[in-house]
Design a protein around this ligand. Structure first.
Ligand code: OSB
Ligand code: MG
Length: 388
């Protein structure tokens, strides 16, 4: 394809309630929507991508405004350089020139830029959406999905009190969510889980996520979680503490799951080889895109490591694409793929619904949904035209 237009829509969407983790509290969803116009063999198409970087660099080193700069200054120029008038101009794309831009080569073309996986993922997602809209294939079909619905789990932020947490959990269970994930931090862990187990019983699929808030010195505390039969303990230690996660894994019965530490298929391979992860949370943004996410899925599956799809409070765009990814066979645990209503009164796209604990996988070409123009305008705080 030939890229004819790239626009970055910086948006801010109110959350239905604040979302607190061990690293901070979000009151709104700050995001970047990438719009790519492209000429393809099937005619002109528009592709959409969502950048999942947060407002502040507290979950990972990326942040949304930095991503906008990286995309505009380095990533888009790397994809559009020499497109027209160059040795491989607009005229010879239809025959499938080796230098044609396709989603499968976006990662390769951006490899000289170090890091910035979330910025790269957003661009690749938009190119892939455009490509699949042109070819008439859905994200799920392209990625290798085998299910028409995916089980819907919910991530419960840190609340003001245990009583408040119990009310929130009860609400989500009443809604039909099939798995509860509690955010934990030092001092907000064992008694919290004991209370939730005490009220809702041992049969509720339950897991916890520390967002790197502990150190190996907390191993004794974390071991006290073993008695609650949790599905997993997610990212207790720092992002770059792979070896220490491996040490901790030998001291716990609860399966260890990595989120922040897995930034590529390479780091996933290291984590598996080291015994640092019995489970992997795959987030396409964190690993540089949906194609790398599939590679991690394949790698984990070959090693008998369970994976599930994480979330970054995505709008309907990323939420739908995540459901497509989670329909692959190795996603054997429910993901953080909740309904749009878990975070938003009004989503950017048609809302993603949860029915009987399941989210339907979109089957129309590309991501299958797009920002609703009036809503994109309503939520937009800045628009930058980075190409054309
Ligand atoms: O660690 O999984 C995480 C949200 C923002 C940043 C990190 C995480 C999360 C969540 C929310 O847990 C998942 C969701 O989108 O529902
Ligand atoms: Mg996590």
């Amino acid at each position: 394809m030939i890229i004819t237009r790239v626009r970055l829509h910086r948006i801010s969407m109110p959350l239905v309630s604040p979302f607190t983790t061990s690293f901070g509290t979000e009151h709104s969803k700050e995001a970047l929507i990438v719009e790519i116009g492209a000429d393809t063999a099937a005619g002109p198409v528009t592709g959409w991508g969502e950048c999942v970087a947060m407002e502040d660099p507290l979950y990972s080193s990326e942040y949304v405004d930095g991503c906008a700069q990286v995309i505009g200054r380095w990533l888009v120029p790397a994809l559009t350089a020499g497109q027209q008038g160059g040795p491989h101009g607009a005229g010879d794309t239809e025959g499938g020139d080796a230098d044609d831009l396709v989603a499968e080569t976006v990662g390769h073309r951006l490899r000289h830029v170090i890091g910035h996986p979330m910025a790269k993922a957003a661009v690749e997602m938009a190119v892939l959406d455009a490509q699949l809209r042109a070819s008439g294939q859905s994200f799920a079909a392209y990625l290798g999905g085998v299910r028409s619905t995916v089980p819907s789990g919910v991530s419960v932020g840190i609340q003001e009190s245990i009583e408040q947490t119990l009310r929130v959990v009860e609400g989500y269970l009443d809604d039909g969510y099939v798995r509860i994930k509690l955010k934990i931090k030092p001092g907000w862990d064992v008694e919290l889980v004991r209370a939730v187990r005490g009220v809702f019983g041992d049969d509720v699929p339950l897991q916890v996520d520390a967002n790197a808030a502990y150190t190996l010195l907390d191993a004794t505390t974390l071991r006290r979680l073993d008695e609650f039969g949790l599905l997993l303990l997610e990212q207790p230690l720092a992002e770059d503490d792979l070896r220490q996660h491996a040490v901790l894994a030998t001291r716990l019965q609860t399966p260890l799951c990595l989120d922040e530490s897995v930034v590529s298929a390479r780091s996933a391979a290291d984590a598996i080889a080291l015994g640092a992860a019995q489970v992997i949370n795959i987030k396409p943004g964190r690993v540089g895109g949906y194609l790398e996410a599939v590679r991690i899925h394949d790698l984990a599956r070959a090693h008998g490591i369970a994976v599930w799809c994480g979330g970054m409070l995505e709008t309907g765009l990323g939420r739908s694409a995540n459901a497509a990814l989670a329909s692959l066979p190795g996603f054997v645990l429910p993901g953080d793929i909740s309904a749009s209503s878990r975070f938003y009164d009004v989503d950017l796209t048609e809302p993603v619904e949860m029915v009987d604990g399941q989210v339907a996988v979109d089957t129309t070409p590309g991501i299958g949904r797009a920002p609703i123009p009036e809503l994109l305008e309503r939520f937009r705080t800045d628009l930058s035209v980075v190409f054309r």
